[in-house]
Design a binder for this molecule. Structure first.
Ligand code: HAM
Length: 429
C-alpha cells in the first residue's frame, strides 16, 4: 500500500461546506431543488432507472459507431449477461417506456430525471468519467410544440439558477429517408479528400459520414465549407417541423442560432437536434443537448415507432456556468435550529433524550458527542449557525428547567423541560 486510497481519476467526492461548487453537497441540494421545482412547474414526472443496463440496449440505441459505444463504455460480463454502466438515460427511458407499457397511460409521457452517468472519456475541466445528468423527455408526441416544451423547460432551469450567456444552437437532421441520401452526397464529396482526413474521420467516412460534420479539426472544417449542405437534403415534413419549431421559440422569446453543422454524438436523432453552449466554462462548452429521436423505440425492439424528444444536461457544467455567472447557491453547512449543551454525565444522558424530543417536534437539533467544556460546546453551536443553545447542567436538572440562549441577541431565559419544544418551535418557524 502507498498510503490512503484516493478517488479514481475522473470521479470526485461531494462534501459538506466545500468551497468548490462541484464538490459541495449544499450546492447540489440547492440545484436539485431548483431543477425539481422547474420540472414540476412544467408538469414533468420523475423516472428513475437502474445504473446497470444491458450493453446491447445502449449499443443499439446510441449506435455502434459512436464514440460513446465504441470507446467509452464501462461494460463487463457476469455469467451470460453483458452489463453497461449507463452513459446516458434516453435509451434506458425508452426501454422502460416499452417494458412498462407507459403508452397506455393517458396523453403524452412527460418524464424527468437526475442521476449519475459513466463514460470512459479523458478527464479534464468539465469532463468526468462519472458525471451527472438531469434531463426531460416527452414520449408519444409528434408535434413541434413538444420540441419547444423541451427547449423551454431546459432554458427555464438555467434561468432559475441565474445562468445567462447561453447560446442555443439548432439544426434539423431530416428523417430516416432523407438522411441516407445526404450520407451518400457527403461521402461522394469527401472521398476525393480522404487522404487529407484524420484517421477518425476516415473511419467515419465509410460508416457514419454525418459525424464528420462535428469535427473540431481546422483544416477539416475548411474542407467542409464546400460540402453539400444537410438542409438541402432534408425532407419537406422535417423542414416544416423545423420552421414551426422556430416560430414557437420566437413566440416564447427564446433566442437561437441555426447551425447547419450541428450533429450530435449519438446516432438516434431525426429531425430536431440542439445544443446549449456556454462560452465561459472552458473547452467543454456544451451545457446540454438533445433533440428528436422518433426511431429509437424501433431500434431497441418496438414494433411501432414512438415519436419522442428530450434533452439532457450536465450537472457539473451547470455548476461551472453558475460560477461564471457569480450566481449564489447555498454554501456553508446548513444552520441548525438548536444546539444542546450539557455538562456532566447525568446532564449528557438527559440532553441526549431531549435531543430526540425536540427533533420529533420538527426542529433541526444537534449536540457534541464528546464531553467538552461549556466554552468549546458554545463554539460548536456558533459554528453550526445555531439559532438557540439549550444549556443543561446539574442545576438545570435540579430545577427541571433549561437555560435557553438566543444566539443572535445573546439574551438568555429559563424554560421548563416540558415547555421547551413548544417554546423553540414557535420561535424558529
Ligand atoms: P449528450 O450530449 O451526450 O446527450 O450529453 C448531455 C450533456 O451531458 C452534455 O451536454 C454535457 O453537459 C453532459 N456530459 C456528457 N458527457 C460528459 C462528461 N464526460 N462529463 C461531464 N459532463 C458530460 C445525451 O446524453 C442525450 N441522452 C441527450 C438527450 C436526451 N437527447 C434526447 N433526450
Amino acid at each position: 500500500m502507498t498510503g490512503p486510497f484516493k478517488t479514481i481519476e475522473g470521479t470526485y467526492d461531494v462534501l459538506p461546506g466545500s468551497k468548490n461548487r462541484v464538490t459541495c453537497s449544499e450546492a447540489w441540494q440547492h440545484a436539485e431543488r431548483e431543477i425539481r421545482a422547474v420540472m414540476y412547474r412544467f408538469a414533468f414526472e420523475e423516472i428513475r432507472t437502474p445504473i446497470l443496463e444491458p450493453t446491447s440496449l445502449i449499443a443499439r440505441g446510441i449506435g455502434q459507431l459512436t464514440d460513446i459505444v465504441s470507446k467509452e463504455m464501462f461494460s463487463f460480463e457476469r455469467g451470460r449477461t453483458s452489463y453497461v454502466m449507463r452513459p446516458e438515460l434516453t435509451a434506458p427511458i425508452v426501454r422502460a417506456y416499452l417494458q412498462h407499457h407507459l403508452a397506455q397511460r393517458p396523453g403524452q409521457q412527460r418524464l424527468f430525471y437526475m442521476g449519475p452517468c459513466f463514460r470512459a472519456e479523458r478527464p479534464q475541466k468539465g469532463r468526468y468519467r462519472q458525471f451527472h445528468q438531469f434531463g426531460a423527455e416527452i414520449l408519444g408526441a409528434d408535434d413541434a410544440r413538444a420540441d419547444a416544451e423541451i427547449i423551454a423547460v431546459m432554458m427555464a432551469v438555467y434561468e432559475a439558477l441565474g445562468v445567462g450567456k447561453v447560446t442555443l444552437r439548432l439544426n434539423t437532421l431530416g428523417n430516416s429517408e432523407s438522411r441516407p441520401r445526404y450520407y451518400e452526397a457527403l461521402k461522394a464529396y469527401l472521398v476525393p479528400y480522404a487522404d487529407q482526413l484524420t484517421t477518425t474521420s476516415r473511419e467515419r467516412l465509410d460508416r457514419n459520414p454525418l459525424r464528420i460534420l462535428d469535427t473540431k479539426v481546422a483544416h477539416e472544417r475548411d474542407l467542409l465549407h464546400g460540402a453539400p449542405r444537410l438542409i438541402d437534403f432534408v425532407d419537406e415534413e422535417s423542414r416544416t417541423h423545423f420552421e414551426i419549431l422556430k416560430e414557437l421559440l420566437q413566440d416564447l422569446g427564446l433566442p437561437y442560432v441555426e447551425d447547419p453543422f450541428l450533429v450530435r454524438g449519438l446516432d438516434y436523432y431525426t429531425r430536431t437536434a440542439f445544443e446549449l453552449e456556454h462560452y465561459g466554462i472552458g473547452a467543454q462548452s456544451a451545457l446540454a443537448g438533445g433533440g428528436r429521436y422518433d426511431l429509437l423505440a424501433t431500434l431497441v425492439g418496438s414494433r411501432q415507432s414512438v415519436p419522442a424528444v428530450g434533452f439532457a444536461a450536465g450537472m457539473e457544467r451547470l455548476f461551472l456556468a453558475m460560477d461564471d455567472a457569480g450566481s449564489v447557491s447555498q454554501s456553508g453547512t446548513m444552520p441548525v435550529d438548536v444546539w444542546l449543551i450539557s455538562l456532566g454525565k447525568k446532564a449528557e444522558r438527559n440532553a441526549f433524550k431531549l435531543l430526540q424530543v425536540l427533533r420529533a417536534a420538527g426542529l433541526r437539533v444537534c449536540c457534541d458527542l464528546g464531553s467538552r467544556s461549556m466554552k468549546a460546546q458554545m463554539r460548536l453551536a456558533n459554528r453550526a449557525g445555531a439559532r438557540y443553545a439549550v444549556i443543561i447542567a446539574d442545576r438545570e436538572l435540579e430545577t427541571g428547567a433549561a437555560q435557553v440562549k438566543d444566539m443572535a441577541s445573546g439574551t438568555q431565559t429559563t424554560q421548563p423541560f416540558e415547555a421547551l419544544a413548544k417554546y423553540l418551535v414557535t420561535r424558529t418557524s
